[in-house]
Every structure is written in structure tokens, then in C-alpha cells.
Design a protein around this ligand. Structure first.
Ligand SMILES: Cc1cc2nc3c(=O)[nH]c(=O)nc-3n(C[C@H](O)[C@H](O)[C@H](O)COP(=O)(O)OP(=O)(O)OC[C@H]3O[C@@H](n4cnc5c(N)ncnc54)[C@H](O)[C@@H]3O)c2cc1C
Length: 419
């Protein structure tokens, strides 16, 4: 048996829970973290008939975050989890991705989304407010008898051995179960404790986010599109959210300010001063947005190992990624469905299940992380390289450009059977 503690002064509560658990049946799957990944994992397990206990640090969920994009590889999973119907009234379904020159406003390319991508991949491309996605998952979790959710539980100590695992909080509260999924986000305390102590590194860029009512904006912004404005070292993305009543805006730019906070407020004049000279409609949009939150972007090499014994990492805890491919949340959804399939497949051998999960996920996630970084470099090109990029974007047929992402959006979990 092993006991690991974040706080060396903590009582060995996890060890006591483990000793107690050994006398009984294997308990539920323990999930640390009630973000998008943790809640999706609980739902995916429930769809496989496996009970879980979600343990979330925060005492309550607030309306956090701004826009989040959910490609067909994500919406397909939301359908499978039974969450899509609840979320649908709140999402945007953009017809196209319009790529514009940020300085002149000229459209460089218009790539098909809407019906085209839904037909191609059998699932739609949605854009949403993160709070709506989280609320839809939470609603499904709260109505699912196989899932229990505890709030205000800050995991600090883990013990495992002989087919059981236990986790204890700073408060002394402890839970035991048959497996532990650490879905505790980019700053994952459990990743540092159990797998790899390397800290994510600030990449020198921040994403500033805002949401503005759509009816306050000129016609330029009423189009049902995701729009991306490209500058040297900066880009701006916006899309309609909250059932088309609001526009989510993200500005990604060079920054010196490192922070682990997702939602640090920044004054509007910081954005206005940091933006390069830009086309008139975009300038008006930036002036219209009054509340901005700054999210410093961090990278972490994909760890070699994210599953060991009865414990595995999931979502940002395993593989935080830059937002240039808009896949952070969706990769957590994919992880969730695969880990549930793995535990269903190897129900009597949890370590084998978690090894299988890691084998399925690591190459895929590495590819997405690489593609996201490459996208970031391409978006932020300057000078002749930017001109060459624009030339290629103008010349290549739009559908061919989008087809280059078939490997991403066409992903489906391997169908598993009980062994
Ligand atoms: C506040 C917030 C705002 C965000 N805003 C955006 C956004 O606007 N756009 C976007 O694309 N993405 C946003 N994200 C990121 C996006 O949700 C994640 O990248 C993605 O969904 C992966 O989810 P995850 O479940 O792996 O991690 P997260 O969503 O980060 O969830 C991790 C959860 O674990 C909990 N936790 C952490 N430590 C412990 C512990 N010791 N014990 C118990 N629980 C713990 C956290 O409180 C959190 O609820 C945001 C994330 C957060 C937390």
C-alpha cells in the first residue's frame, strides 16, 4: 500500500479509509474535480452502469468562463451522454468560419461549418458559453442515481493498494473506491503528487475574454458565423452564444503577466491599448465590450504516464492545451468516454483498464496538442510569411481546407464489449 500527501502534516485519513474499504465491496469510481471532464466522466460511467462519486473543491459552482467551441467530435459525445437536448437551446450553430485580415477587415477565406460539417461528421459544430455547457452536464449529473456529488472537498491525500483506492481532503473527510480519476484541471494537485511534478509554463500570451449582448452590436456582428481576425502576434475570435443573444469574444495576444487565474478581471483600456491598429468594425466591438477577463496561457509537455495502478488523470490534468484549435474541453469529453469504456471493458482489472485508456488517448492527444501549437504559429505570422498564409487560404478550396481536419472532427470511440 502507498499513501501520498500534498500536505505532510495531514493526518493519514486516506489510509484509514482504505483500511476500512478493504473489508467491504469495491466502492464507486472516485472522480476528483467537477469541471467539464469530471462531470462528463461520471455521466459516461453511469451510461455504462458504473457508479461514481464526484469530489469538487469549490463549495458551489459559479457562472465561470466565456465562450467554448465544441466541434463534432464533442457534440457526438454530448449526444451519447444524453446532454445534447438540454444544451441545444443555449448554443450557436455557426454557418461558417470567416477568416479576416485584422488590419483591413478584408475576408481572406470562408470555411464551411453549419450543415456542411454536420453532414460530413454526423454531428454539428456548436459554440456555447462555458457556463451553459457546465450547467447542462451538472443537471444530468444531479438527476443520475448512479452519481453522487460532494462539494467543498479539496483532495490532498491519496492511498492505494489491493484493488482499492482512497482519497482524503484537508478537512479530514475521506472516500474510498475501486478507481480514482483525477480531473482536477491544469494545476492538478494530484498530477504533481502522483505522476509528474513539472509545472505548466507560461507561453508569453494571454487570452482576454468578454461576452456582449448581440442586440447592442452593428449588423457586421449579427451574421451567424465564427469570425477570426488575424494580426501579427495577435488574433481575435468571436461567435454567438447563449442561443444567439450574446457574442463571445476572445483576444489572444502577447503578454508578460503570468497567473494561474482563469478569470482575472482586466480593465477595457488594457485591451484597447494592447490591440494593434485594427479594422473599424472590430475596433467598435472592442470598445463595446466593458468587462474582460484575462487567462494566461500555459503549456505542459504531454506526460509519459498518466495512469498507474487504480489511478488515472483526465482532461486538463493530463494534457492542458493551448486554445488555438478550440479542443481543450472536447479532449476532456473524449477522455471521459474512453475511460468509461475502458472500465466497462476490464471491469475486474482496473489497472488494465487504465493502461488501455492511456494507450488509446495519448497518441491522439499528442497530435491535437501539436496541431494546436501549429495553428497558433500560423495565426500569429507576420510580414511575408503572413502574406503567404493569406495567399494559400485564398487559393485553396474552402471545403478542402476543412477536410484537413477530418482526423480531428471525425473521431469516434472504439466500440467496446464487456470481457
Ligand atoms: C473557472 C474556469 C473558467 C474557464 N473558462 C474557459 C473558457 O472561457 N473557455 C474555454 O475554452 N475553456 C475554459 N476553461 C477551461 C475548460 O473548461 C477546460 O480546459 C476543459 O473543459 C477541461 O476541463 P477539465 O475538467 O479537465 O478541467 P477544469 O474545467 O479546469 O476542471 C477542474 C476542476 O477540478 C477542481 N479541482 C481542482 N483541484 C481540486 C482538488 N484538489 N480537489 C477537488 N477538486 C479540485 C476545480 O475546482 C475544477 O472544478 C475554464 C476552466 C475553469 C476552471
Amino acid at each position: 500500500m502507498s499513501v501520498l500527501q500534498l500536505d505532510p502534516l495531514a493526518n493519514e485519513n486516506a489510509e484509514a479509509a482504505l483500511a476500512h474499504a478493504r473489508q467491504g465491496q469495491p466502492g464507486p469510481v472516485l472522480i476528483v474535480g467537477g469541471g467539464i471532464g469530471g462531470l462528463a466522466a461520471a455521466l459516461a460511467l453511469a451510461r455504462r452502469g458504473i457508479p461514481s462519486q464526484v469530489l469538487e473543491r469549490r463549495p458551489a459552482f459559479h457562472e465561470e468562463g466565456a465562450g467554448i467551441q465544441i466541434g463534432p467530435n464533442g457534440t457526438r459525445i454530448l449526444r451519447r451522454l444524453g446532454v445534447a437536448d438540454e444544451l441545444r437551446p443555449h448554443v450557436g450553430v455557426p454557418d461558417a468560419l470567416s477568416v479576416r485580415d485584422g488590419r483591413t477587415g478584408a475576408e481572406i477565406a470562408k470555411l464551411p461549418l453549419g450543415r456542411w460539417i454536420a453532414m460530413r461528421h454526423g454531428a454539428p459544430y456548436w459554440v456555447a458559453h462555458r457556463k451553459d455547457l457546465h450547467a447542462a452536464l451538472l443537471h444530468a449529473v444531479r438527476t443520475e442515481p448512479l452519481i453522487a456529488l460532494s462539494m467543498g472537498f479539496s483532495a490532498s491525500e491519496v492511498a492505494s493498494g489491493n484493488g482499492h483506492v482512497a482519497v482524503a481532503a484537508e478537512s479530514g473527510e475521506a472516500w474510498s473506491g475501486r478507481a480514482l480519476i483525477a480531473a482536477d484541471g491544469i494545476w492538478s494537485p494530484l498530477r504533481s503528487l502522483l505522476f509528474d511534478a513539472t509545472r505548466p509554463r507560461f507561453c508569453g500570451k494571454s487570452a482576454a475574454r468578454s461576452v456582449v449582448p448581440l442586440d447592442a452590436l452593428p449588423a457586421d456582428f449579427q451574421r451567424n458565423e465564427t469570425t477570426i481576425w488575424l494580426f501579427a502576434n495577435t488574433h481575435v475570435v468571436h461567435y454567438p452564444v447563449c442561443g444567439g443573444t450574446e457574442l463571445a469574444i476572445v483576444v489572444v495576444l502577447d503578454d508578460l503577466h503570468d497567473s494561474s487565474d482563469w478569470s482575472a478581471p482586466v480593465p477595457p483600456f488594457w485591451i484597447q491599448q494592447s490591440m494593434p491598429p485594427c479594422a473599424e468594425p472590430l475596433q467598435a466591438l472592442i470598445l463595446e465590450a466593458r468587462t474582460w477577463k484575462r487567462w494566461a496561457l500555459h503549456t505542459l509537455p504531454v506526460p509519459r504516464q498518466w495512469a498507474h495502478g487504480s489511478i488515472a488523470l483526465l482532461g486538463d490534468a493530463a494534457h492542458p492545451m493551448l486554445p488555438f484549435l478550440a479542443q481543450g474541453g472536447v479532449m476532456a469529453l473524449e477522455d471521459a468516454t474512453v475511460i468509461a469504456d475502458a472500465l466497462h471493458r476490464y471491469i475486474d482489472d482496473v489497472p488494465a483498464a487504465l493502461r488501455w485508456y492511456q494507450r488509446q488517448r495519448r497518441p491522439r492527444v499528442q497530435r491535437v496538442v501539436r496541431a494546436s501549437r501549429r495553428n497558433g504559429r500560423i495565426y500569429h505570422l507576420a510580414g511575408p510569411a503572413a502574406l503567404a498564409r493569406n495567399f494559400v487560404l485564398r487559393k485553396l478550396p474552402a471545403q478542402r481546407l476543412m477536410a484537413r481536419y477530418d482526423w480531428l472532427y471525425g473521431w469516434r470511440p472504439i466500440e467496446t464489449t464487456s470481457q
